[in-house]
Ligand binder design. Structure first.
Ligand SMILES: Cc1ncc(C[n+]2csc(CCOP(=O)(O)OP(=O)(O)O)c2C)c(N)n1
Ligand SMILES: [Mg+2]
Length: 619
């Protein structure tokens, strides 16, 4: 057996350089680069390996470990999970900083490779700086925190363990059903240790991403069920986009006339103005999709994990006889809501289903109603885009202006606050990659870091990050990374002095917006003047080009200036915290205090108990 003497860290980089993914005959390197922040836990191991390989594997230096994992996840999402980035951290806080974003990647079913440094395997230097000690076991380190948020987790205590671990890591990351965060914890002594690795470990390897077909008898049964339906509805999730099944979905919808509601991850699967597009579905859905959901007798779910937001806390599908057919690569998702499970790739299964429903068409009345609902919704969106006329702009007005300023292939990026709900309803997606929302974890702080990953994955598209002031204050520092790398993103920062989203939610549960506004403390609490934050100075200090929007008339020009600037730009827009876009025929289960001294809470509880009656079991 031919071998190569390499350190464990060098072997990892050599291995990663040789991995490719393939689907539909197209191959690409699976790991497009490595992000890292060095400390004693990785500087001499992976740090040395990355230095030596710097001409073959690009290294990126971010500002925060959580952010770099968001960047990697956003990159993977934009590349339909066929490519991602690796992330290396030191031990201790550098490692645990990645845990939040690892959970986000796993929840969103996006591959990221995490390589946190770990405490000495030999225990020679112990407790090393930043080591957590457990009286119950010497085998525990903070990296055990990654276990529940990773789809594969391993710790390499001996070089011999590396080969099977790397192969399993690649299998999981390239599996459409199993993918998510993969963590390989690397003790700092083992990283630097030399070993004679078999040459074969470094041979080029192509990981083929399969298009699994569903069981034939189930396909027949599902087609028969669909053909019997008078009020069908399709729910398109992220799986449609990741599988590049948008054309297959469009054909299926056109042939049958069935309307398509889109989840946050599935938005853009059909262009907004397609006759069969019903727009956003669920808690943050449009009246069009939510009315169709209410009446649906058969729901064909494609590539969705049917989150609570999509089902409106199990209240959206109100027809007592509703049945679900679910197409998903992951069995866990395909069986949800007692669905007839079609386990397979979205594109393959849609094609196979289409062949079986020839001749079927929705009733004429269905098609007519869909058209009327759609026209009504577009009027509503236009009304919201026109704004309130008040001195301070509404968020919907800003969304309308951003939409007008962008081309069909450009991308908006968002994750948390009131923006995701407003965007889900209002954004007029014209391309499957036009709308990039991280709404599985809805992690404040994803936005700018994610925008960076999107732009890295799609340099030919304008990338506009929409971010609330709360999210910006949580994690704005990756603006520096964007400036450093010459990767141009545009950030639109909507300042409403705190949490409009949770403020509104707090009011609706009788809690008066408590603790959701950025105000100075008085003797009564946090109810003084707004805390003035100079966002323009802040963004400028990080190296961004800054444009401030002082009034309505200045908004289009400000967006134009930011978009045409060659530098990463931040547009600061004050918005009205109270001018919210409401809900449309939907509901969300947020339990209200069952007993309280506050009148508003008691009244909210009564409403809550009434509304909860809408909830179904779908057993
Ligand atoms: C990391 C994280 N912490 C807390 C939350 C809960 N949360 C959701 S939205 C929100 C407020 C967001 O504020 P901002 O970015 O200003 O957006 P706005 O609500 O004003 O639109 C909070 C605290 C979250 N989603 N993520
Ligand atoms: Mg805010």
């Amino acid at each position: 057996m031919r071998t190569r003497s390499l350190t464990v860290a060098q072997a990892i980089i050599e291995f990663l350089l040789a991995q490719q993914s393939e689907r539909d005959g197209r191959t690409q390197p699976f790991i497009a680069g490595v992000f890292g922040i060095f400390g004693h836990g990785n500087v001499a191991g992976l740090g040395e390996a990355l230095l030596a390989a710097r001409d073959r594997m690009r290294f990126y230096l971010p500002r925060n470990e959580q952010a770099m994992v968001h960047t990697a996840a956003a990159f993977a999402k934009m590349r339909n999970r066929l490519q991602t980035l690796a992330c290396t951290s030191s031990i201790g806080p550098g490692a645990t900083n990645m845990v939040t974003a690892a959970a986000g990647a796993t929840i969103n079913r996006l591959p990221v490779l995490l390589l946190p440094g770990d405490i000495f395997a030999t225990r020679r230097a112990s407790p090393v700086l930043q080591q957590l000690e457990s009286p119950a076991s010497l085998d525990v380190s903070v990296n055990d925190c990654f276990k529940p948020v990773s789809r594969f987790w391993d710790r390499i205590n001996r070089p011999e363990q590396l080969a099977p671990s790397l192969l399993e890591a690649m299998r999981v990351m390239t599996s459409p059903a199993d993918t998510g965060a993969v963590t390989i914890a690397l003790p700092q002594d083992v990283q630097a240790e030399a070993f004679d690795f078999p040459d074969d470990l470094f041979a080029p390897r192509v990981w083929s991403v399969p298009r699994a077909r569903a069981d034939v008898s189930r396909l027949d049964a599902a087609a028969a069920l669909l053909k019997s339906s008078r009020h069908p509805l399709i729910v398109a999730g992220g799986g449609v986009i990741y599988s590049e099944a948008c054309d297959a979905l469009r054909r299926f919808a056109e042939r049958t006339g069935i309307a398509v509601g889109e989840t946050q991850a599935g938005k853009g699967a059909l262009p907004f103005d397609h006759p069969q597009s019903a727009g956003a579905i669920g808690v943050t859905g449009t009246s069009t999709a939510n009315r169709l959901a209410r009446d649906a007798d058969v729901v064909l779910v494609v590539g969705s994990r049917l989150s609570d937001f999509t089902t409106a806390s199990n209240s959206a599908f109100a027809n007592p006889d509703v049945t679900f057919i679910a197409v998903n690569v992951a069995e866990m998702d395909a069986y949800k809501r007692n669905a007839m499970a079609l386990v397979g790739d979205a594109r393959s299964v849609l094609e196979d289903l289409e062949a079986r429903v020839t001749g079927y068409r929705v009733p004429d009345a269905y098609a007519r109603t869909l058209g009327e609902h759609k026209a009504e919704w577009e009027r509503e969106a236009d009304r919201l885009f026109a704004g309130t006329g008040a001195a301070v702009l509404s968020q919907a007005e800003v969304i309308g202006a951003v939409s007008a300023a962008l081309g069909p292939r450009d991308v908006i990026v968002c994750a948390a606050g009131s923006l995701p709900g407003d965007l889900h309803k209002l954004w007029r997606a014209r391309d499957p990659k036009n709308y990039h929302l991280e709404y599985g974890y809805s992690c404040m702080g994803y936005e700018i870091a994610g925008g960076l990953g999107v732009k890295m994955a799609a340099p030919d598209r304008e990338v506009v990050v929409l971010v609330g002031d709360g999210s910006y204050l949580m994690m704005a520092q990756e603006l520096v990374t964007a400036v450093q790398e010459g990767i141009k993103i545009t950030v639109v920062l909507l300042d409403n002095h705190g949490f409009s989203s949770i403020g509104g939610l707090s009011q609706s549960v009788g809690c008066a917006g408590f603790g959701t506004e950025y105000r100075h403390r008085t003797e009564r609490g946090l109810d003084g003047e707004h805390v003035a934050v100079d966002f323009a100075a802040n963004a400028a200090s990080l190296g961004a080009h800054v444009v401030c929007v002082r009034d309505r008339a200045a908004l289009p020009g400000a967006l134009r200036e930011a978009l045409t600037s060659r530098s990463t730009s931040v547009v600061v827009v004050p918005v009205d915290r109270e001018a919210r876009v409401g809900g449309y025929e939907s509901w969300w289960d947020v339990p209200v205090a069952e007993t309280s001294t506050l009148d508003e809470v008691r009244s909210a509880r009564a409403t809550y108990e009434r509304e909860r009656k809408r909830q179904r079991n779908y057993l």
